[in-house]
Write a protein that binds this ligand. Sequence first.
Ligand code: FAD
Length: 248
Amino acid sequence: MRGFHGGDAEGPPWYTTPMKLILVTRQAEAPDVESFVFRAEEPVAWKAGQFFHYVLHHEPTDDRGSDRWFTVAAAPSERTPIITTRSAGEKGSSFKKALFAMKPGDAIEVSACEGDFTFDEGSPDARHVFIAGGIGITPFRAILKDLDDHNATPRITLIYANRDANAAYREELEKFAAKNPHMEIVYVIAPDRIDVPKIASIAGDLKEPIFYVSGPEPMVEDLGSALSAAGVPAAHLKQDWFPGYPAE
Ligand SMILES: Cc1cc2nc3c(=O)[nH]c(=O)nc-3n(C[C@H](O)[C@H](O)[C@H](O)COP(=O)(O)OP(=O)(O)OC[C@H]3O[C@@H](n4cnc5c(N)ncnc54)[C@H](O)[C@@H]3O)c2cc1C
């Protein structure tokens, strides 16, 4: 296997010579949300919850440039890296327009794998609260698929906020929950919003669970500060910030 590793013992976390990923297929996940499924030129490794750095050459390129970070929405067992992302249509960046113009057989470059937003099962009694804002569901999809692959059934509450009930990966997430008697999903659909009182009403004692928060940067920032102020210890809070999206 070529030395492209997710910071594990087998190799360096950064890989400086870009590798091509070839688009195999695209699938709709929700209105304006699609998954792009790739075949790597050579085997690649990552940990569920990590992200890749992508370069998509296109012209003309707007001032946001030709590179982005995207979570690998696939579990390592799937072997096919997946980007799941939202299109802003005509208002979108030149990068997103080029991505949504890709056809099977087209290539994108990937040059690094990083991230510590990975799942630590901890003790058998440990409780985990996953909080996803919209497209911030991607690392949770990878982690939950990975746990399902290993028949692991940790105690997980997924709080999933979305602009409407047609949320990406909903059907699949419900299948995972059906197989894990210790997993529940709570949807928070706009105009309802996730805030600390709501989290406390779902999760109970805020000092006990390990919180994982992923989504648009302003949402993750605000919720992280509010959870800390409410007494969540720093060691119980993991965050994954997606820049480039406003708060939902
Ligand atoms: C660790 C990490 C993981 C990530 N994982 C994911 C992921 O799994 N999925 C995902 O979708 N994103 C992910 N992101 C975010 C991703 O990298 C992009 O920032 C995000 O998708 C927005 O893309 P975009 O900048 O191309 O904007 P677009 O999606 O095209 O647009 C987003 C918003 O910005 C506005 N906008 C677009 N262009 C401009 C402009 N030129 N000037 C001002 N406003 C503009 C649009 O109107 C829209 O409201 C991740 C980021 C990080 C750092």
